[in-house]
Write a protein that binds this ligand. Structure first.
Ligand SMILES: O=C(O)CCC(=O)C(=O)O
Ligand SMILES: [Fe+2]
Length: 296
């Protein structure tokens, strides 16, 4: 049995009121087809032009291996010259190497002029633009963004498959406490080991060149690079102050506690978190009323 994944609506940035009412306010994902079409970046950010402007940088690369639950968060798998890396991913061979959360603008500030502040909603944090790169076959494992901001991810080159789950699904995805990751296998879910997965409801799309996906705050996302390519993520801070505080706590508190415990109490800490993940999923399953009960 495959996961229940619905398609994601496509709209235009001209449908501003529709986007705000039916998607942004309701935390419903959407694809905005022309979000970046008036940006200089839409025309300018080809492989060749990026290589010309930033090819001399050195970048940290990450492979497809899922993060080890025992090790502290993300360590670099390889380092490479950025120009060489762009050549590799543009060849469209299977190259499972990604760059994530790359603030390329810190190194080449002039690139920022190629992005225009969107007005589809207020509150874009233009000082926090991050880029993501990947070769064909690269995978971004299931996670949600720790700061709990809304993310607008714009694809400049290549296509990617994006799978999303709303935060209501969190216990059923067996989230390990003190982390933002789930070890589920999207393409081959193990319902015997993780029965909660039978109840998750998500979304799926292929994000095409020039399109932008709105990933509401706290949404889980899993991404497969169909082609080598790259994207820019712009953030809108959460409208709820409580969520902003929770996001900051995740970053400065929860993550540090987790890294400290992983370092000094590796095995018991993992066992505790794993047990908790199963308890949370079992509790959530109890609360899902079966169709027979609903009819009664
Ligand atoms: O596109 C990617 O490589 C990852 C994007 C992502 O995880 C994000 O924007 O939060
Ligand atoms: Fe993310």
């Amino acid at each position: 049995m495959a996961l229940e994944l619905l398609p994601i609506d496509r709209i235009s940035k001209e449908d501003k009121a529709l986007f705000q009412q039916s998607y942004f306010k309701k935390h419903q994902p959407a694809i905005i087809q022309d979000f970046c079409h008036d940006w200089p970046a839409y025309k300018n950010w080809s492989f060749e032009k990026l290589k010309e402007r930033a090819g001399h940088l050195t970048v940290d690369l990450y492979n497809n291996k899922p993060a080890d639950p025992d090790k502290s968060t993300m360590f670099v798998d390889e380092r490479m010259n950025f120009g060489e890396y762009l050549d590799k991913i543009s060849s469209n061979e299977q190259i499972e190497l990604r760059i994530f959360l790359f603030n390329i603008f810190k190194h080449i500030p002039a690139l920022k002029k190629d992005i225009l502040k969107p007005d589809i909603v207020d509150g874009f944090a233009m000082s926090l633009p991050f880029m993501f790169y990947g070769g064909a076959g690269s995978v971004v494992h299931m996670h949600y963004d720790i700061d709990l901001s809304h993310v607008f991810l714009t694809q400049f080159v290549g296509r990617k498959r994006v799978v999303l789950f709303s935060p209501e699904n969190t216990p059923l995805l067996y989230r390990l406490p003190f982390s933002v990751i789930s070890y589920m296998n999207v393409n081959n879910p193990d319902y015997e080991k993780y029965p909660g997965l039978q109840h998750v409801k998500g979304y799926e799309c292929t994000l095409d060149y020039g399109e932008t996906i709105y990933i509401p705050a706290g949404y889980w996302h899993y991404i497969e690079y169909i082609d080598g390519g790259y994207a820019l993520a712009l953030r809108v801070l959460n409208e709820s102050w409580l969520k902003r505080i929770e996001g900051a706590w995740n970053l400065i508190g929860e993550m540090r506690i987790d890294n400290f415990m992983k370092k000094y109490f590796t095995k018991p800490w993992f066992e505790y978190k794993n047990r908790k993940a199963f308890e949370n999923a079992n509790e959530a399953m109890k609360n899902i009323r079966s169709p027979e009960k609903m009819a009664a």
